[in-house]
Write a protein that binds this ligand. Structure first.
Ligand code: HEC
Ligand code: HEC
Ligand code: HEC
Ligand code: HEC
Length: 440
C-alpha cells in the first residue's frame, strides 16, 4: 500500500506556515536573548528653550505620562502624598517651632506636579511676606518650577533671588519637571541649579565630570537638601556644605557664622530650622549610598513595557511598588517591607522621645530666661545644649524618610538629641539652685 502525497497546493501552504512559525519563534528568541531595550532618544527635537513638559512629552511620552502620575497620592505607613496637618497630629511641634512660620502651618508634601500650586497655597509664604513687610523673596521659587533654570540664566542668579516672590509670579508657569533635570539636546540628567553647582565646586568636585550614577542622585540634590538664604548678596541661596555634608559639618558651619533662622521666644535660644536634608542624611555613609545605590534606583525605577525599558518619572514613595523599586537587588520583598516598617517605627519612637525631652527642656529654660537669680554661666551652657539638641532632632524630623535613608545615622542623631535635651534641662534647673546665683 502506498499513501497518496497531499496535493501540491497543500504542500506549499504547509511549507509557508512552517516557515512563518519558525521565523516568529526565531524572532521571539532573539528579543528574549537580547533583553529589553533602554528607550533611545528619539530624533524629535525639543525646541530650544522649551520648558512646557507637555511639549517634551511629545518626544518622550512614557517619561511624560509617568511624570504626570506624580499627581497620584497614596498614604504609606508614616508618609506618602496625602495632605494632612502635621501640627494638628503632633501639637508638640508648635512649642518646638514657636515664633517661626512652621508653627503656623506644616503639612505633608506631595508630588512634583503640585509644586507650584502648593507653594502658592502655603501660609508660610504669607507669614514670611508679612514679616518682611511686603513680599517673600524670589528665592522661594527656586525649587518649585521648571522655569527657574532659564530665568536664572536670563536674569543672573543674584538678581533672581533678590526679586520679590510676587514679582516673579507671572514668569513661573510649570512645576518641577523636565527642564529642572535635563538638557534637551542630550537628554542626559544634568545639574541645572546654580546653588548645587556652587556647593559642589566649593567641595572641590568637578561638576563636568560626574558619573551617570552620581547624577542619578545629584539631580535630586538640587532641591532635596538643607539650605539657607544669605544676607549678602540679598537672599542668595546657599547650601551650608563648605565643611562637608554630614550633620556635624553643617552644624560647625552654622555655629561659625553664628547663624540662626530665628530666636525661640520662650527660651531666647537662637535656632536653625532645617529643610528636607534627604541628600545629606543619605550620603552620610548609609548602607545603600556606600553600595553605590542612587535616589533614582528606588524612587524612579526602570519599567519594562513591550520590550522597551524606560525610567518611571513618577518620583514617589517606593512603598506601593517595592517589587519594581527594590526587587532589582532584593529578592524577598515581604522581608524588605517589614524591615522598612521596623526602621521607621523605631525612628518614630526616638523622634517622639526627643520631642518630649525638648519640650521639658523648654519648660526649664523658660524659668531661667531673664531671671536675675539664675547662674549666668550655667544658664548659657543650658541654652547651648538646647540648641544642639534642637538642631539634631530637627535635622532628622525634617528629613522625609523617617530614618530609612540612613537608619544608624538617624538614630545616632536622635539619641544625641535626647541626651543634650536632658542635659540642658538639668543645667537650667541647676542654674537656679546654685547658692551664689541668689546672692544679690
Ligand atoms: C534604597 C532605596 C532608597 C534610596 C536610595 C533613596 N530612597 Fe528615598 N525613600 C525610600 C523609602 C523606603 C522611603 C520611605 C517611604 C515611605 O515612608 O512611604 C523614602 C522616602 C523618601 C521621601 C519621602 C516620600 C514621601 O512619600 O513622603 C523623599 C522625598 C525621598 N525619599 C527622596 C530621596 C532622595 C532625594 C534620595 C537620594 C538622596 C533618596 N530618597 C534615596 C527609599 C530610598
Ligand atoms: C527630578 C529630575 C528629573 C525630572 C524632573 C525629569 N527627569 Fe528624565 N531622567 C532623570 C533621571 C535621573 C534619569 C535616568 C538617567 C540615567 O539613568 O541615565 C532620566 C531619564 C530620562 C530619559 C532617558 C530614558 C529613560 O527613560 O531612562 C528621558 C528620555 C527622560 N528622562 C525624559 C524626561 C522628560 C520628558 C521629563 C519631563 C516630563 C523628565 N525626563 C523629567 C531625571 C529627571
Ligand atoms: C527642582 C526641585 C526638585 C528636584 C530637582 C527634585 N525634587 Fe522632589 N520634590 C520637590 C518639591 C518642591 C516637592 C514637594 C512638592 C509639593 O509638595 O507640592 C518634591 C516632592 C518629592 C517627592 C514626594 C514627597 C511626598 O511626600 O509625596 C518625592 C518622592 C521626590 N520629590 C523625590 C525626588 C527625587 C528622587 C528626585 C531626583 C530624581 C527629585 N525629587 C528631584 C522638588 C524637587
Ligand atoms: C541597586 C541595588 C539596591 C536597591 C535598588 C535597593 N537596595 Fe537595599 N540594599 C542593597 C545593598 C547592596 C545592601 C547592603 C546589604 C547587602 O549587600 O545585601 C542593601 C541593604 C538593605 C537593607 C539592610 C540595611 C542595613 O543597613 O543593614 C534594607 C532594609 C534594604 N536594603 C531595603 C531596601 C528597600 C526597601 C529598597 C527599595 C525601596 C531597596 N533596599 C533597594 C542594594 C539595593
Amino acid at each position: 500500500m502506498f499513501q497518496r502525497m497531499p496535493p501540491l497546493w497543500l504542500r506549499v501552504v504547509g511549507f509557508v506556515i512552517l516557515v512563518a512559525v519558525l521565523g516568529l519563534a526565531l524572532a521571539f528568541l532573539i528579543v528574549q536573548l537580547r533583553g529589553p531595550r533602554l528607550e533611545v532618544v528619539r530624533p524629535v527635537t525639543i525646541p530650544e528653550g522649551e520648558i512646557n513638559p507637555a511639549v517634551w512629552g511629545l518626544a518622550f511620552p512614557r517619561e511624560y505620562e509617568t511624570w504626570l502620575r506624580t499627581k497620584e497620592g497614596r498614604k504609606t505607613l508614616f508618609a506618602g502624598s496625602i495632605p494632612y496637618d502635621k501640627l494638628e497630629e503632633d501639637p508638640r511641634l508648635r512649642v518646638l517651632w514657636e515664633g517661626y512660620p512652621f508653627a503656623v502651618e506644616y503639612g505633608e508634601d506631595r508630588g512634583h506636579a503640585y509644586s507650584v500650586e502648593d507653594v502658592l497655597k502655603t501660609k508660610r509664604i504669607q507669614v514670611l511676606a508679612q514679616k518682611r513687610g511686603g513680599s517673600a523673596p524670589g528665592t522661594c521659587w527656586t525649587c518649585k518650577s521648571a522655569n527657574v533654570p532659564s530665568l536664572m540664566a536670563e536674569m543672573g542668579a543674584a538678581n533672581f533671588y533678590a526679586t520679590p516672590f510676587e514679582q516673579l509670579r507671572d514668569r513661573i508657569q510649570y512645576p518641577v519637571s523636565c527642564a529642572n533635570c535635563h538638557d534637551p539636546k542630550t537628554m542626559a540628567p544634568t545639574i541645572k541649579h546654580v546653588a548645587l553647582q556652587e556647593a559642589l565646586q566649593k567641595l572641590g568636585k568637578d561638576t563636568g565630570a560626574l558619573t551617570r550614577q552620581e547624577l542619578r542622585t545629584l539631580t535630586c540634590a538640587q532641591c532635596h537638601v538643607e539650605y539657607y538664604f544669605a544676607k549678602e548678596p540679598k537672599d542668595y541661596l546657599v547650601f551650608p556644605w563648605e565643611k562637608g555634608t554630614r550633620f556635624e559639618d553643617i552644624e560647625a558651619y552654622y555655629n561659625e557664622k553664628k547663624f540662626a533662622d530665628w530666636t525661640h521666644p520662650s527660651t531666647g535660644v537662637p535656632l536653625v530650622k532645617f529643610q528636607h536634608p534627604e541628600y545629606e542624611l543619605y550620603a552620610s555613609n548609609s548602607t545603600h549610598y556606600l553600595a553605590g545605590v542612587a535616589c533614582a534606583d528606588c524612587h524612579m525605577p526602570f519599567v519594562i513595557e513591550g520590550g522597551i525599558k524606560y525610567t518611571s518619572h513618577q518620583a514617589a514613595s517606593p512603598w506601593h511598588r517595592m517589587e519594581q523599586a527594590c526587587g532589582t537587588c532584593h529578592l524577598d520583598i515581604p522581608f524588605i517591607r517589614k524591615r522598612v516598617e521596623i526602621i521607621q517605627t523605631i525612628t518614630k519612637g526616638l523622634q517622639d522621645a526627643a520631642e518630649i525631652a525638648l519640650v521639658e527642656a523648654i519648660d526649664a529654660l523658660k524659668a531661667i530666661k531673664d531671671n536675675p537669680n539664675a547662674d549666668p554661666k550655667l544658664a548659657e551652657e543650658a541654652r547651648a545644649l538646647f540648641r544642639k539638641a534642637h538642631m539634631r532632632w530637627d535635622f532628622v524630623s525634617a528629613e522625609n524618610s523617617l530614618g530609612f535613608h540612613n537608619p544608624q545615622e538617624a538614630m545616632r542623631l536622635l539619641a544625641e538629641s535626647i541626651n543634650f535635651a536632658r542635659q540642658a534641662q538639668l543645667k537650667a534647673i541647676q542654674a537656679l539652685q546654685r547658692p551664689q546665683a541668689r546672692i544679690p
